[in-house]
Design a protein around this ligand. Structure first.
Ligand code: NAP
Length: 320
C-alpha cells in the first residue's frame, strides 16, 4: 500500500512524479495562495507525510490531529514555522533543506546590499518618472561598497558565502556568532567581535541568524543606536530578528542611513506598513533562494528527505 502524503503547495511536475512513484499524493493546487488552515487540519488527519513550506504554521494543535504522521519535510532551511518540540514529543521527524540554497541566498544578500547602498530602485524610478533633467554632482549619491567594513551577524553557511563575496570587494569583514569560528577566520580573513563592537564599526550589517526565541528582536533600538549614521542594515534571514518599529524610527530619524529587507514579521507585508513609506528602505518579497535552479534543488531535497523517512531510512537533513 502506498503511503499517503499531503503537499501544501503546487510543486513542479517532476517532483510530484517522483513522490507519486511510492506515495499517494494529495496537493493544494494553488500557487498564489497558501493552504487555508481548516483545509490543512482536515488533510493532515490520515497522512504519513507532510511536505510543507515556511508559510504553514505547524503547531501542537495541528499535530494532535495527525495520528499517522511520521515526517514533516519543510522546503526551507529555516524551520521557525514548525513547533520542533511538539513534533519531537509526538515522534514526528522534521527535515529541512540546508546547503542547496546557500550560494543563491548569498547572491541575493549581496545584491540587496548593493542595491541599497547605490539606491538602485530609487534611481530607476527617478528615470522612469521623468525626473532626470541633467547630470549633477551629488545627484542620487550613495555609499561605497568596496573597501568598507561589513559586519555579519550569524556567520553560518550563508554568512560565510556573503563574506567570500565581500572579499572580492576588498571589504574588511567582522562577524558575531555565539561561538567563534577560528577555522573560517583563518580561511577567509575574518575578525570575531562582540555584537556591540560589530555594530559600532560596520558600514554594512548583514543579519543571517536563524529566527529563534534568542534572536527575536536581537536588533532593537539599543543596537540600532550603536550603528553609524552612514550605516546600512540588511536582513535576509527572517522578519522579527530586527525590530520593525525600532528600524522604522532609526530610518525616519536618519540615525542610520538605509536598510534592505527581504523578510518581514508578517508576510506578505501589508502595503500600509509604515516601513514601506520610507525612501531609505529597499524591500523584496522574501526571494532569497529564488533562482530556478535552487528552487528545483530545494524541492527535490525536501522530497528525498520525506521519502527516506517513509522508507524507514535516515534522511540527509534531519532537524529532530
Ligand atoms: P546556519 O548555517 O545554521 O547559520 C546560522 C548562524 O547563526 C550560525 O553560524 C550560528 O552560529 C549563528 N547564530 C545562531 N543563533 C545565534 C545567536 N543567538 N546569536 C548570534 N549568532 C547566532 O544557517 P544558514 O543556512 O546560513 O541560514 C541562516 C538563516 O537564513 C536560516 O535560518 C533562514 O531563516 C535564513 N534564510 C533566509 C532565506 C531567504 O529566502 N531570505 C533563504 C535561506 C535562509 P552559533 O551557533 O555559533 O551562534
Amino acid at each position: 500500500m502506498k503511503r499517503k502524503v499531503y503537499v501544501t503547495r503546487k510543486l513542479p511536475d517532476v517532483i510530484v512524479e517522483r513522490l507519486s512513484e511510492t506515495c499517494e499524493i494529495r496537493m493544494w493546487e494553488e500557487e498564489e495562495r497558501p493552504v487555508p488552515r481548516e483545509v490543512l487540519e482536515e488533510e493532515i488527519k490520515d497522512v504519513d507525510g507532510l511536505y510543507c513550506l515556511l508559510t504553514e504554521q505547524i503547531d501542537a494543535p495541528l499535530l494532535d490531529r495527525a495520528d499517522k504522521l511520521k515526517v514533516i519535510a519543510n522546503m526551507a532551511v529555516g524551520y521557525n514555522n514548525i513547533d520542533i518540540d511538539a513534533a519531537k514529543e509526538r515522534g514526528v521527524t522534521v527535515t529541512n533543506t540546508p546547503g542547496v540554497l546557500t550560494e543563491t541566498t548569498a547572491d541575493l544578500t549581496f545584491s540587496l546590499l548593493m542595491a541599497t547602498a547605490r539606491r538602485i530602485p530609487e534611481a530607476s524610478e527617478y528615470l522612469r518618472n521623468g525626473e532626470w533633467k541633467t547630470w549633477s554632482p551629488m545627484q542620487l549619491t550613495g555609499q561605497d561598497i568596496h573597501g568598507a567594513t561589513l559586519g555579519i551577524i550569524g556567520l553560518g553557511r550563508i554568512g560565510e558565502a556573503v563574506a567570500k563575496r565581500a572579499k572580492g570587494f576588498d571589504m574588511k569583514v567582522l562577524y558575531h556568532n555565539r561561538s567563534q569560528n577560528r577555522e573560517a577566520e583563518g580561511r577567509l580573513e575574518l575578525h570575531y567581535t562582540e555584537l556591540h563592537t560589530l555594530l559600532r564599526e560596520s558600514d554594512f550589517v548583514c543579519v543571517l541568524t536563524p529566527f529563534t526565541p534568542e534572536t527575536k528582536n536581537m536588533i532593537d533600538k539599543e543596537e540600532l543606536d550603536r550603528m553609524k549614521e552612514s550605516a546600512i542594515i540588511i536582513n535576509t534571514a527572517r522578519g522579527g530578528i530586527v525590530n520593525e518599529k525600532a528600524l522604522y524610527d532609526a530610518l525616519k530619524e536618519k540615525s542610520i542611513w538605509a536598510a534592505g529587507l527581504d523578510v518581514f514579521e508578517e508576510e506578505p507585508v501589508s502595503l500600509n506598513h509604515p516601513l514601506l513609506s520610507l525612501p531609505n528602505l529597499v524591500t523584496l518579497p522574501h526571494i532569497g533562494s529564488a533562482s530556478i535552479a535552487t528552487r528545483m534543488k530545494m524541492a527535490d531535497l525536501a522530497a528525498t528527505n520525506l521519502l527516506d523517512v517513509l522508507a524507514g531510512g535516515d534522511p540527509p537533513n534531519k532537524v529532530v
